[in-house]
Design a protein around this ligand. Sequence first.
Ligand SMILES: C[S@@+](CC[C@H](N)C(=O)[O-])C[C@H]1O[C@@H](n2cnc3c(N)ncnc32)[C@H](O)[C@@H]1O
Length: 248
Amino acid sequence: MAITSQARSFDTAAASYAANRPSYPSELLDAVEELIGFPLEGACVADVGAGTGLATSLLHDRGAIVVAVDPGPGMASQFRLSLPDVPLVIGDGNNLPLASASIDVVTYAQAWHWTDQRTSVPEALRVLRTGGALALWWNDSDSTVPWIADQDARLRRLFGADDSPHNPTARFRGLPLELGFVHRHVPWTRTVPLDMHLANLASYSDFLVLGKEATNTFIASERDLLAEAFPNQMVEEHYVVSLAVATR
Ligand SMILES: C[S@@+](CC[C@H](N)C(=O)[O-])C[C@H]1O[C@@H](n2cnc3c(N)ncnc32)[C@H](O)[C@@H]1O
């Protein structure tokens, strides 16, 4: 399956992605260990769609032996700057460049939706050893927080999406039931300068394919609105990580 231009759009913004995207809370890694049923320390982990290495770095810090996989050369260059000691292979989840039954945990942090499940599921099952686990997660803004709900509504209008607020359980819809996924939601917050909040927003793939002019117009208007809501220019972002784990 060909990788779409939206899936490849991150490559144009890898440095900004690395600088501004939120990482993940340590509670998420605790939940991963609980649901996979064994510690990450010493486990062989393939972090697929590793991007600039935000999740890889946390897995590495937990003592996992990580191999990263990503199709994007721009993301890969940024990854190698951040994590020069962690191996990264150019490849994708639909055709993993990994030996069969060689991996304890396959992780996808914000990347599973870019794959074609008809091929990425059998590929994940092929590389996992028996008893190994597939762990998928997504970090979404918490739209139960009023200012985030308002911003989400403006984003949905801009991108012509349907007008229902994001529901965290939506991430689990469409996952193959036969794998018996177990689920967990992990809420967390970070407080960042307004500029960083806006740069993070502009690194989302919808903006990367929208083009500079329309992106700059939207971001300028967000700056004005948020400067009123956060007069000290520090924005408290609220997130919910949706985690799904299946054991082979
Ligand atoms: C939103 S980024 C997530 C990066 C990183 N995992 C993180 O948590 O920040 C999505 C990544 O998926 C990668 N990607 C796109 N298509 C893919 C595919 N078919 N298989 C694996 N990764 C893919 C992109 O190159 C990009 O690095």
